[in-house]
Design a protein around this ligand. Structure first.
Ligand code: DGJ
Length: 756
């Protein structure tokens, strides 16, 4: 952690220096319009007036683009950082292949407007009121403001402007891209498709795509496929992020890459509504990745004088394999995305009784669980679904956010006081965007839900979607949450969302405005979260969507943690957590220890195994403490204490996948290492021993070779042959043997620096 702070401070100091060095450099070199010191962990943006080339250097990455002779913005390079002396010739648009493949399709453009003859994926497609649908954007001007480059484009004849924004993170080299469309014509125009930008990869035919798919209780399945001519579309049409696909991709070179070696280009979209990322290998074998809000059923009417800003599309490059790519993304999320970044708070150990009690929460029952949770070192006690309205199951109550007087006759106050007196803070479950038809809210405001008049209102889990795009619904949701937080000492909200959209009508506005719901809904969601956080800065929030259905870099700007899956089977979780961490940091990944046999697979797992699986992320307990034996409490107490020793390393450190659980592997091993490389923790899991084979040797990564580390078993067994202390080189080259045999066995150990 301290190194991270140091690097960040360096980067900020770098910006301070920039003004001085910029001025000196500017006079010496008229082609340079602005420079922010350029070294690793710094960012610089340079512009060569002669060639019209922009060069962005940040951390270990260079990104180069230029304005070609027809004023298109063209990608020139994206990859490992180049020498500052390397120069680029003035860009030229590609020649078309034939009369069938015009240059507009073969030039690697950064932002493609649909006009002229464009057959590749466009970033922007508009319709003017006169029926004209032709848009041809040309570079007009640019500004460089510290780490932000903005290119202003304009249509060749109409007053339509697009600002392309590029912002480089000096710590990781991750670039943020976004586009803003401005309608300066006298009439409205209809945007039928809009993306944040296109990422063009270097020409190649050996690319491999990784992406994440899933479903409820089976999220975060890692997929790999070779990129072939044609298009792969990752998307959600669900109104929210969804778990069928997650808005993340990584592309590497098949054959020459592994976990920690080789070129990887990766990206993630910061959008919690319907989205789409297309990965296209075109007819001249160029690969381009375009992403933004989904264009399915989409239209955004942009009135005269209005602007529309796209979501942020982040992308980066790693020379250190897919493991390096995810480590950069984790660092970026911790340093730039999460609330309180670059110092997001560590996740406390929490308790939640959802699995044992379901909707049957009441004052006495929760107090009794809280007493037990406190004895094992739990720091936050969370009351889940069932505390409000007429909520005795999932058929009623959503929308009526008043405390249920039968379950909590004196309100929440006595329970909250009790939780505080036990040394824990208090958290509460809410599902603000939903309503049950069987609720006072729906009886009063049946028009508040997404619907098409006269058509069925399809229910999911017996609930309907409130239309958060409506100003009155937005106000209601904000108001009840604000009051809840004003009236109760609540440290944490678990913000749930248990269905996706259907009949997405917004009949209260004119027909031509109705499809704006896809954008306005999400904007209002973000604005509620932002305003709540501003008014209640101590309150933390979890993004949950029946599991991992709303995890993306958009919602993560407002939420401190996420719930990856309702599947809490500790063995299934190995695969779920492995997939999750390709895109998202373990620092936000909640993982509960629940009961065995699990409700999911009826699999029996030891308490130690369940703890070690959950300790790879942000530890929580979701088991029925009323049925625990004294020995279980002892084990849990010990393991919670151990977790607190390694928590910072797990949540903030660098994650290495030493043995992958993918593809039916019998083994899984992860290692987290602290930023200062003084502490590493490794977790090893065995599915089943077979044919007398021993567990594979574990080779640590990322240690300092010449530093001595002491090995200590957290739980489970180290082989008796292991020395107590050895150099980092020894642990990385010779490795460590763990003595795991049997079914569903687990072990963990730490390596702590004892010298230098
Ligand atoms: C779905 C969540 O994922 C669960 O953890 C729980 O909060 C339920 N909803 C409550 O209805």
């Amino acid at each position: 952690m301290s190194d991270l702070l140091f690097l960040r401070a360096e980067a900020i100091r770098g910006l301070g220096i920039c003004h001085v060095s910029f001025l000196m450099f500017f006079f010496l070199n008229p082609f340079v319009s602005q420079m922010v010191r350029a070294q690793s962990n710094d960012a610089s943006i340079r512009f060569d007036k002669e060639t019209k080339v922009f060069r962005i250097d940040a951390a270990d990455t260079s990104y180069v683009l230029g304005i070609n002779e027809v004023k298109q913005v063209q990608t020139l390079y994206w990859g490992k950082r180049l020498s500052m002396d390397d120069t680029f010739a003035a860009p030229h648009s590609a020649s078309g292949n034939s009369s069938f493949d015009l240059s507009t399709n073969t030039t690697p453009q950064e932002f493609v407007a649909w006009g002229g003859g464009v057959y590749i994926e466009p970033d922007l497609k508009v319709t003017f009121p006169d029926g004209n649908r032709d848009l041809v954007l040309q570079y007009q001007s640019h500004t460089i403001d510290g780490r932000l480059l903005t290119l202003r484009l304009k249509d060749i004849s109409r007053e339509v402007y697009v600002d392309l924004q590029y912002e480089a993170d000096p710590i990781t080299g991750v670039l943020r891209r976004s586009a803003q469309v401005e309608n300066k014509t006298a009439s409205p125009l209809n945007i039928g498709q809009i993306a944040s930008g296109t990422w063009n990869l270097p020409r190649g035919t050996d690319y491999r795509l990784r992406y994440l798919t899933g479903r409820w209780a089976g999220e975060w399945r890692l997929q790999e496929q070779r990129i072939q001519p044609g298009k792969t579309v990752l998307e959600s049409r669900r109104g929210s992020t969804g778990d069928q696909n997650n808005p993340w991709f990584a592309i590497d070179r098949d054959g020459s890459n592994d976990q920690d070696h080789g070129d990887v280009w990766f990206g993630a979209l910061g959008w919690s509504g319907s989205w789409r990322i297309s990965i296209e290998q075109d007819q001249v074998q160029q690969v381009r990745v375009t992403g933004g809000p989904n264009d399915f059923d989409f239209n955004y009417r942009l009135a005269a004088g209005e602007r529309l800003q796209t979501p942020n599309f982040y992308a980066g490059y790693s020379h250190d394999g897919i493991g390096g790519a995810s480590r950069l993304l984790h660092r970026f999320e911790l340093g730039s995305i999460l609330p309180n970044a670059p110092h997001p708070k560590l996740r406390p150990v929490l308790y939640n009784s959802w699995e044992p009690t379901g909707f049957n929460v009441d004052e006495a029952g929760q107090e009794s669980l809280a007493e037990k949770a406190a004895t094992i070192g739990v720091e936050r006690f969370v009351v889940d679904d069932g505390w409000f309205g007429q909520r005795s199951g999932d058929k009623a109550g959503l929308g009526d956010w008043n405390v249920n007087p039968v379950k909590f006759p004196h309100g929440l106050r006595p329970l909250i006081d009790k939780v505080h007196s036990l040394g824990m803070d208090f958290g509460l479950w809410v599902e603000p965007e939903m309503v049950n038809p069987n609720s006072d809210l729906y009886r009063k405001h049946p028009d508040w839900v997404l619907n098409f008049p006269g058509r069925p209102r399809t229910e999911g889990r017996n609930q309907l979607m409130l239309n958060l795009a409506r100003p009155d619904v937005r106000a209601y949701v904000f108001q009840f949450l604000d009051s809840l937080l004003n009236e109760n000492d609540i440290a944490f909200l678990k913000w749930d969302y248990n269905r996706n959209w259907s009949e997405p009508g917004w009949p209260a506005v004119a027909p031509e405005e109705q499809k704006k719901v896809y954008i306005t809904y999400v904007q209002n969601l973000y604005s509620i979260l932002e305003e709540l956080r501003r008014r209640h800065p101590h309150v933390e929030i979890e993004s949950c969507s029946g599991g991992g259905g709303r995890v993306d870099l958009g919602i993560m700007q407002y939420t401190d943690e996420v719930w990856p899956s309702d599947n809490t089977d500790a063995f299934d979780r190995l695969l779920i957590q492995d997939g999750f961490t390709y895109a998202y940091t373990p620092g936000v990944m909640m993982a509960w220890v629940t009961d065995s046999p699990t409700w999911v697979n009826q699999r029996t797992l030891s308490l130690e195994y369940r703890f070690l699986s959950s300790m790879q992320g942000s530890l929580g307990i979701g088991a029925d403490l009323n049925h625990w034996k004294p020995q279980d409490f002892e084990t849990a107490k010990k393991m919670v204490a151990q977790y607190k020793q390694i928590r910072e390393t797990v949540q903030r450190g660098s994650l290495y996948r030493l043995i992958s659980p993918q593809n039916g592997s019998e083994y899984s091993v992860t290692e987290s290492i602290a930023e200062d490389q003084k502490l590493a923790v490794a977790f090893a899991f065995l599915h089943s021993s077979q044919m007398l084979y021993p567990f594979p040797r574990i080779y640590l990564r990322g240690l300092k070779a010449d530093v001595t580390y002491r090995i200590k078993a957290l739980d489970g067994k180290l082989s008796t042959g292991s020395p107590a202390v050895a150099s980092g080189a020894f642990w990385m080259q010779h490795g460590v043997d763990v003595d795991l045999r049997g079914d569903f066995q687990a072990a963990a150990f730490t390596l702590e620096a004892v010298s230098k």
